[in-house]
Design a binder for this molecule. Structure first.
Ligand code: ZN
Length: 487
């Protein structure tokens, strides 16, 4: 079974066959560092974190490159507003980015090139394009000549005429064609600048990814990733620059993740409807945010709601509670007949295969999580049916599948805390907010159970109301009565 990835360029799922067998080279467009990161950035970081973890889990060597755009109009404008220099502003928000990424527990890419440290490579690439007549200097700037690149528009599926119709008409008489895009910008007064064959200036945004991916991954590499908003113009232009210069394919597979929406509107800084990563992490644990993000396959839009986050939190708590219970099972047991049904055994034993099947299918984390949840259901059923002294083989099976379970969950970066300590911590936090002890609550639940068995509804209701007075809500299910604190 091979991993299939939806390729934006071919518009179909394609098997992953790395150019160098067993070694995947991945380039992802990173942040422009001028502000705090929002949940859209968290999705991008977590999606590619999951991709890298899964590929490594499957035995691939992965070289993961993600850049920092640390010179850009947005950075310069923000720095001017704040009366500081662009470089210090960019550096500050790179550090803020690391703070958020460390909180989310994302793996650091192997190489994190900064645009400002690769201006030489960018100038060299622009010179190649000028020499090939694919780019032209114009009045201090240098532009890419889109009409010279035959494949222009292939990634976004648009022809030059459509693009022009859709684009804002920018008055710029330095360009030969309205869709020509800038590779080098002549210096304006007061802006950061570098010397170049075309005078002092700074690189355009698109050229940095072409130059840096080539330096670290080669002219052709396996996967290029980013958000859907980067398909056009950024990635379209990267292809034009790179293929224009080398005459070779650029990235073999193009992976684009969907937007994060709030009430079905795209979350973005310009719309002002964004939540920063640290805002969300004030309320929810990083694993909750991961679980929420992976509940949707990466290409689909992800709608951010309190309910969805709350559901993710309860889901995670359920999984930890089950794993904590398994951790508390006796170490030894007698030999004897199994109390686990054939079907449940099959369910447990097929977990890894089902999880891999979902992930191999274009990283379908939603389905993979579904298999983890199913397994928790089976575990809980088995735990309820285990005798006082479970047989040794049953204990061994449950424990070994629980280990597999946590390894697979680790691909999504969840369930990586100690289950027993986590459940104890959750309990302590809950009990700190109420004025009854756990024992008192349990005793009252037993009292109410007895009353219900003997159909003494008056006592049963009295106990329930008493607990409700202390903000404890009882929940009855075929598995017994549980409680939670009223919000
Ligand atoms: Zn890029």
């Amino acid at each position: 079974m091979s991993i299939k990835i939806y390729n934006t360029l071919s518009r179909r799922k394609e098997p992953l066959h790395p150019i160098e067998a067993g070694h995947v080279k991945l380039y992802v467009c990173g942040i422009t560092s001028y502000d705090y990161c929002h949940i859209g950035h968290a999705r991008s970081a977590l999606v590619f974190d999951m991709v890298v973890r899964y590929l490594r889990h499957c035995g691939f060597k992965v070289t993961f490159v993600r850049n920092f755009t640390d010179i850009d109009d947005k950075i310069i404008n923000r720095a001017n507003e704040q009366g500081i220099d662009a470089a210090s502003l960019a550096l500050r928000f790179i550090n803020e980015f690391y703070f958020d990424m460390d909180a989310l527990g994302t793996l650091r890419p192997d190489i994190e090139p900064k645009a400002t440290e690769h201006v030489g490579e960018m100038i060299a690439l622009i010179e190649e394009l000028v020499a090939k007549n694919m780019a032209y200097p114009s009045n201090g700037d240098v532009y890419f000549r889109v009409e010279r690149f035959v494949g222009y528009g292939q990634l976004s599926g648009r022809g030059l005429e459509d693009m022009q119709a859709g684009a804002r008409v920018e008055v710029n008489d330095k360009k030969e064609h309205p869709m020509d895009f800038v590779l080098w910008k002549g210096a304006k007064p007061g802006e950061p600048k570098w010397a170049s064959p075309w005078g002092e200036g700074r690189p355009g945004w698109h050229i940095e990814c072409s130059a840096m991916s080539r330096k670290y991954l080669g002219e052709t590499f396996d996967i290029h990733g980013g958000g859907k908003d980067l398909v056009f113009p950024h990635h379209e232009n990267e292809i034009a620059q790179s293929c224009g210069a080398t005459g070779k394919p650029f990235a073999n597979l193009w992976m684009h993740h969907g937007f994060v929406t709030i009430k079905d509107e795209k979350m973005s800084k310009s719309l002002g409807n964004f939540l920063t990563i640290r805002d969300v992490l004030k309320q929810y644990a990083p694993e909750v945010l991961r679980l929420f993000i992976f509940s949707t396959q990466y290409r689909n839009p992800l709608d951010f709601t309190e309910t969805a986050l709350h559901d993710a939190q309860s889901g995670l708590e359920r999984m930890y509670a089950c794993l904590a219970q398994i951790a508390g099972l006796p170490a030894e047991g007698p030999a004897g007949a199994s109390s686990i049904s054939h079907q449940d055994r099959k369910g447990l034993e097929s977990l890894a295969a089902r999880f891999h099947e979902a992930m191999d299918n274009d990283f379908n984390t939603a389905q993979a999580l579904g298999h983890l949840y199913d397994t928790i259901k089976i575990f809980n059923k088995i735990l309820r049916g285990l005798p006082e002294q479970p047989v040794i083989d049953d204990l061994a099976l449950v424990r070994s599948v629980a280990t597999t379970f946590r390894t697979l969950a680790g691909v999504l970066g969840i369930l990586q805390q100690d289950p027993v300590a986590t459940v104890a911590g959750q309990k302590a936090k809950i009990l700190a907010g109420i004025d009854l002890s756990e024992e008192e609550i349990q005793q009252l639940i037993v009292k109410r159970d007895r009353a219900r068995t003997s159909k003494d509804w008056a006592v049963s209701d009295e106990v329930r109301d008493y607990l409700l007075g202390h903000r404890i809500v009882l929940k009855d299910s075929p598995e017994g009565t549980t409680w939670e604190v009223k919000k």
